[in-house]
Design a protein. Sequence first.
Length: 150
Amino acid sequence: MTKFESLAELTAAVGADLGTTEWTTIDQRRINQFADATGDHQWIHVDTEAAKKGPFGTTIGHGYLTMSLCAPLLGELLSVGGISMGINYGVDKARFITPVPSGGRVRGKGEIISATEIPAGVQTVVRITIELEGAAKPAAVVDTVTRFLA
């Protein structure tokens, strides 16, 4: 984890590599819970028998499940001291590149793309590349937008 002691230190760190997080397993239980939470029960995600005959040979996690991991991954990548709170403000861009099979392991790699002063703090864009263990290409690349408030 990269620790910034202040908003000024964060603002000065544009371009910084934040390193990588620990690996997280995306098991079928998590995929099913995401399907239940979102109402997206497409067979490629939840029907293990049908998915064996599908294009990936197994069920895969939803792209939005992969993207939703950005919130906890960001918390593993950086911390900022001297703030009252951090707010997930959205994403500028997200791409789902490689499907995550049930049982696959992912981790986040972070880079600070921008840090802009706003009236109550700093707004950052952190690019999180979600790596899939054993894959040549990442599972996803997401430019997260976070506001850190003084």
